[in-house]
Design a protein. Structure first.
Length: 515
DNA sequence: TTCCGACAGTGGGGTCGCAAT
DNA sequence: ATTGCGACCCCACTATCGGAA
């Protein structure tokens, strides 16, 4: 199959808003793909490369190459060159990557270049990722979409399911079961604004502490233990504490879901930055483990002794968890039978926060494990702080925000009467707000062309209310701190910049963080 | 007809590892 | 040794489609 065909379909998919039409377009293409094309076409159309990330970013792609006039490149040829690209290492790697990308781009038409660029930067932006590809796959093969989706979650990979399905038909789906040693996509939580709201929504539920660490899925099959992240990357080698903890458990075969976090000598959790830095360390794991030891803390079990527990209600899964994992290695929790237990649940949240944790996750006791779903059966509740800050500048948006000032630079007042930038945010804005702030900020502009035209600097006059989850240390910003997960709540045109919050007050409100 | 679940898009900061400078 | 880039952790929120109620 020619790459041009994929580029063409991708453009058509991007051009329609109707999901049903996107699905039909993908299904038609899947039907036409030859067997050898399948493992390439499937990920390409979900906007991913089968090789994963290739060490190619905007820097390598910034060298323009004249496009070919006629489409001759096949998907297999393109894939072969990208595989070659992925093998480049060592000195001169960047030059060699630039050369390979250049030769690939030179063989591609303008349309194909656009598509390849999107693949390499992870920005295909056609409004169809895995979920739509799954629908298209079901349509192309006559399989039940829900069964395909489930198989993908259990395989942890769209590609393997697609290959089996297109080769053998819907019967192949039965093969994809939970298997110890093969990671599945983890269940995720939605947000709720209060414990009371969450408990009222879910009825009988568990309220569990939410630890601010790294999500892990631990598989043990006898002596073989594997640890995977939320995106199913294998991080076994970085977490010797987790493998030894799994080895000490009495079960021989199981799959556990939990969080890895580092506790200080005082028993309080270290900051997310410290835990994440530790888990990210690969070169000298023993040294890193000596400085920042981590502990696994589990909250769910997906399989035990060959029994698949995914479809059991959470209450039963937790009973299995309690049999397998001793209490100190499980998250703290309380159980609420219904709204009458809201006061107890709120006390539990307050206690959890006092112990230095992030918040709670409220989980319906009757819900199965929805692998890969961000379902409403798990609701996280975290405290939200707000500040009134001043807009110092704004950046032009991309994609659907093209032509709108999107990303705001936020400042707090300093002692000398100026403003210190605390970070940026593009979150929380409606289309109406985007249009309004674009107009308003251009009126306040003092420099429309900063940073190569990306940034519009403005007079610091516009006050905006910002919600955030917490403060963290920063080497990038002048106050030495930055906001975590900042988002816009509303503009405060009733406030003058002299009434905005100060850096001093912010630091005083978060004594646990020292710049 | 209206409501709501699921999805895609739009990017944020930090840290680590590797190659370039 | 320092700097720049890419990968991968954590993540919030809005708009939209299309099936459920």
């Amino acid at each position: 199959m020619l790459l041009a065909r994929l580029a063409q379909v991708s453009r058509e998919v991007a051009a329609t808003a109707a999901r049903s039409r996107k699905t039909a377009l993908l299904a038609e293409l899947f039907r036409d793909a030859e067997a050898d094309d399948v493992p390439i076409v499937i990920p390409y159309l979900a906007g991913r490369l089968p090789q994963g990330r290739l060490g190619v970013g905007w820097k390598v792609l910034s060298h323009p190459v004249p496009p070919a006039a006629e489409p001759t490149l096949t998907v297999r040829e393109a894939d072969a060159r990208l595989t070659e690209l992925g093998r480049v290492r060592g000195a001169g790697a960047q030059a060699e990557r630039t050369r390979i990308v250049g030769s690939l781009m030179g063989a591609a038409t303008a349309d194909e270049q656009r598509f390849l660029r999107g693949l390499l930067t992870g920005e295909v932006r056609q409004g169809a990722l895995d979920a739509v590809a799954v629908e298209g796959l079901a349509q192309a093969t006559g399989a039940d979409p829900a069964a395909v989706r489930r198989a993908v979650m259990l395989a942890g990979s769209l590609q393997t399911v697609a290959q089996a399905l297109l080769a053998e038909g819907p019967g192949a789906l039965d093969r994809f079961r939970l298997t110890v040693g093969r990671p599945v996509l983890p269940m995720l939580a939605q947000s709720a604004s209060s414990v009371a709201e969450a408990v009222r929504k879910l009825g009988a539920c568990a309220v569990e502490e939410k630890l601010d660490g790294i999500r892990v899925q631990v598989h043990r099959d006898g002596d073989t233990i594997r640890v995977h992240t939320r995106t199913l990357d294998d991080i076994t080698g970085r977490l010797p504490e987790v493998t030894s903890a799994a080895r000490e458990l009495t079960g021989e075969r199981f799959v556990l879901d939990g969080e890895v976090i580092s506790f200080g000598e005082d028993g309080r959790p270290r900051s997310f930055q410290e835990t994440a830095g530790r888990v990210g360390s690969r070169t000298d794991v023993a040294k890193a483990a000596g400085q920042v030891p981590v502990s696994p803390v589990f909250f769910d079990v997906l399989s035990v002794d060959g029994r698949d527990l995914l479809d059991l209600p959470f209450a039963e899964r937790h009973a299995e968890l309690a049999r397998l994992v001793p209490e100190p290695m499980r998250v703290r929790r309380t159980v609420a039978a219904g709204p009458e237990d809201i006061p107890e649940a709120e006390r539990f949240l307050a206690d959890t926060l006092a112990r230095g944790h992030e918040g709670v996750v409220v989980k319906a006791l009757d819900a199965p494990y929805g692998a890969g779903r961000r379902g409403a059966a798990w609701l996280k509740v975290k405290p939200v702080h707000t500040l009134d800050l001043v807009v110092l500048a704004a950046e032009w948006g991309h994609g659907r925000r093209t032509g709108r000032l999107s990303n705001l630079h936020l400042g707090a007042r300093t002692a000398d009467g100026g403003f210190a930038m605390l970070g940026k945010t593009f979150k929380g804005m409606t289309d109406v707000m985007l249009a309004w702030q674009t107009k308003r900020l251009r009126e306040l502009a003092v420099d429309e062309d900063a940073d190569d035209g990306w940034v519009v600097r403005v007079r610091p006059e516009l006050v905006v209310e910002i919600a955030y989850d917490g403060l963290q240390r920063s080497s990038r910003y002048p106050a030495g701190v930055t906001l975590r997960f900042a988002r816009v709540v509303r503009y405060r045109e009733d406030k003058r910049p002299e009434e905005a919050d100060t850096v001093e007050a912010l630091l005083a409100a978060h004594p646990e963080v020292t710049p």
